[in-house]
Write a protein that binds this ligand. Structure first.
Ligand code: ADP
Length: 375
């Protein structure tokens, strides 16, 4: 049972690097919160401040209602799991998992019970007498998790725990961690630079950049309603397509113009403009559209302004889908379009691209902020 509250938390390292800036967040009891962002954005520093492994330059951190700024890590009732499993090579799995309890002088019988229960949850029962050297990466990470579980902490802090595993094992461990979180009913805070991990595991995700929180939201909301161009580009593979456009107003209608093209923006989208009363005529804007919100057809041979045409530069067949890289004609832009597994085109084939304009995003050209309210 634990909530974690961060109020205006800022970290400046002695060398002057401002790693975390005015971080405000309330993590609810039993939540699975993921901090995600590119390397160096301040994720680990924030986690380490929650753990008590880094001093806080400014702000306050509470675990439940207790201010922990000056509480020793040992007394915070948290457990941390790192990327490098940090197991003792000469100890068995059993000994590794129980070692922390032994140091705390927990009775032997209680240690045995706790280790066995954790080994059961983690599928490690048959490895209790094995030394880490004989385990796979995934098993080692499970032992590291076990060592945390036996302490029955209020909060689990996990710093890139799957980064050392191969892709297949990472996928397995992802689902295992989700199940584990359900079983333990404990607050999890998880750091990763991998947006797939964040999207699949987090009930809420904190996207960070340059020490600043960009958006705190559910995976769905991050994907469907990113608050700015950075989040839009960071979440989702392939990356969202961005096209610099000029808006044109004609009576009640609004058009997105780029190159020789002019696409009508649906009324539903116009109604979502955060500032409906601005004069948008000739305003430079970044239009965003996800790869699955466009479709390809054999080239339609007319010069209408809404017939976006291009040719296939490259395509990647991924089995369940095909990603087509398109060079537009009549505009400078390149697009990535997600198509089905039965892909009828070849390289250099000419195509027309239909935009599902209902699902476009509009970002301020200068600030990158979304100009639209949530749909
Ligand atoms: P992330 O976990 O998102 O990769 P970090 O929190 O590790 O990022 O680092 C954030 C910033 O702080 C980076 O610019 C990094 O170089 C800097 N930094 C991290 N640790 C230290 C340190 N001990 N001393 C000085 N700068 C540091």
């Amino acid at each position: 049972m634990a909530t974690i509250t961060l109020k205006g938390v800022t970290k400046v390292y002695p060398n002057g690097v401002k790693a975390v800036k005015e971080f405000n967040l309330e993590i609810h009891d039993k939540e699975f919160v993921v901090f995600v962002g590119p390397s160096g954005c301040g994720k680990s520093t924030t986690l380490r401040m929650i753990a008590g492994l880094e001093d806080i330059t400014e702000g306050e951190i509470f675990i439940d209602d207790k201010l922990v700024n000056n509480v020793h890590p040992r007394d915070r009732d948290i457990a941390m799991v790192f990327q490098n499993y940090a197991l003792y090579p000469y100890m068995t799995v059993n000994e590794n998992m129980g070692f922390g309890l032994k140091l705390r002088k927990v009775p032997k019988r209680e240690i045995k019970e706790k280790v066995e229960r954790a080994a059961d949850v983690l599928g490690l029962k048959e490895y209790l007498d094995t030394k880490p050297g004989q385990l796979s990466g995934g098993q080692k990470q499970r032992v590291a998790l076990g060592r945390a579980i036996v302490r029955n902490p209020k909060v689990f802090l996990l710093d890139e725990p799957l980064s050392n595993l191969d892709a297949k094992m990472r996928a397995v461990m992802r689902t295992e961690l989700i199940v584990l979180h359900k079983q333990l009913q404990t607050t999890f805070v998880y750091v990763t630079h991998d947006q797939v991990e964040a999207m699949t595991m987090g009930s809420r995700i904190v996207v960070m950049k340059d020490g600043w929180i960009q958006q705190v939201d559910t995976p769905d909301n991050l994907y469907l309603s990113p608050t700015n161009k950075f989040v839009a580009g960071f979440i989702g593979t392939p990356q969202m397509n961005f096209i610099d456009i000029e808006l044109e107003i004609e009576g009640e209608k609004m058009f997105a113009c780029f190159g020789r093209y002019r696409l009508e923006i649906p009324e539903k989208v116009i109604k979502r403009l955060k500032e409906p009363d601005l004069d948008y005529h000739l305003k430079l804007v970044t239009l965003g559209i996800r790869a699955e919100e466009m479709s390809l057809v054999k080239e339609i041979d007319n010069d209408n302004y809404d017939n976006v045409r291009g040719s296939i530069n490259v395509y990647e067949k991924l089995g369940n889908e095909t990603l087509a890289y398109i060079d537009l004609r009549g505009a400078e832009d390149k697009l990535i379009v997600r198509a089905g597994s039965r892909f009828p085109f070849k390289i250099e084939d000419r195509v027309s691209i239909k935009f599902n304009m209902q699902y476009i995003h509009l970002f301020d050209y200068d600030s990158g902020e979304s100009m639209l309210k949530r749909g």
